[in-house]
Design a protein around this ligand. Structure first.
Ligand code: OGA
Ligand code: MN
Length: 290
């Protein structure tokens, strides 16, 4: 029987009583989909799945993103986060992998630099280190609910410019290729997004500045909201077990990777990303429909 058990006082739940290798009937999927809307992070333990099964389950939520150029798995529906080389051994990381790993350790939401940003991500733990390599999630929906009325008014209807080149440049300018720069021009995103379970702040590493504010004022506000939203009380830290699959709502939570001993411990994770159904700014979907 499908069982949903909260993992944190505010959000995140464990889902047991199903095997994703079997076809899910519509009623079971509807219960999962409801739990996703409500809890923002769902952990499915002991799901020994292959890539095709991961893709099939992920597609129940909607069409998947294709992996951007410059990520491991570019052009496919998978992003592979691994320190294991083609020979099956722990490999020396390329400069690009080192950059991507560093980037993942900063609070972010996947694909917020795309015009239509991701709705959900699913990360499957194929191999995990004996220690470290946890993933943390911070609920910006719970954080929004805890904002002062003055701050809610301040952020309402604001637009942030999310810029992949800018966020990567903060880590290492030399490693953003011209092709990446051209493929990911800055995009506009709402600072507050709504859902049936309430509003959430929508920020993260790619949020560069806020329209109508100068850079210093924008940075101060973004940094303050990020610090507020990533307080311990809004964080669920996931310690992986082998074959966990974790699904999260990119429009409700931020996430970040934590360190592990990359040169002597194996970690192999496979991600699929469910595309957004609409831009975060309602007027942009109206424009797109014109
Ligand atoms: C991701 C990600 C963090 C991790 O897959 O999008 O940010 O801990 N992963 O691997
Ligand atoms: Mn990520």
């Amino acid at each position: 029987m499908l069982t949903i058990t909260p993992l944190h006082p505010l959000f995140a739940a464990r889902v047991t009583g199903l095997d994703l290798n079997n076809a899910l009937d519509d009623a079971v999927f509807a219960a999962i989909s409801d739990a996703f809307d409500r809890y923002s992070v769902l952990v499915f333990p002991q799901q020994k799945i292959d890539d095709a099964t991961q893709i099939r389950f992920s597609e129940r939520f909607g069409p998947l993103e294709s992996t951007r150029a410059g990520a491991n798995g570019a052009g496919s529906k998978l992003i592979v986060l691994t320190n294991i080389g083609l020979d099956g051994k722990i490999g020396a990381s390329s400069d690009k992998q080192v950059l991507n790993n560093k980037a993942n350790r900063i609070w972010h939401t996947d694909s917020s630099f795309k015009a239509v940003s991701a709705r959900a991500s699913l990360l499957s733990a194929r191999e995990i280190p004996s220690q470290g390599g946890d993933t943390e999630y911070a609920s910006l929906r719970c954080a929004y609910a805890a904002l002062s009325e003055a701050d809610k008014t301040l952020v309402e209807a604001r637009v942030a410019i999310h810029d992949f080149t800018w966020s990567r440049s903060r880590i290492d300018t030399a490693l953003v290729s011209d092709a990446e720069r051209a493929a990911q021009p800055p995009v506009r995103q709402a600072v507050v997004v709504d859902s049936r379970y309430g509003k959430a702040l929508y920020l993260g590493a790619h949020a560069h500045y806020i329209e109508g504010m100068d850079e210093a004022e924008s940075r101060a506000l973004i940094d303050r909201l990020m610090a507020f939203g990533t307080q311990d009380r809004f964080i669920y830290r996931h310690t992986w077990s082998p074959h966990d699959l974790v699904l999260w709502d990119n429009r409700a939570v931020l996430h970040r990777a934590t360190p592990f001993a990359t040169s002597n411990e194996r970690r192999h994770m496979v991600r699929t990303t469910v595309a957004g159904r609409a831009p975060t700014i309602a007027s942009q979907s109206a424009q797109a429909a014109e």
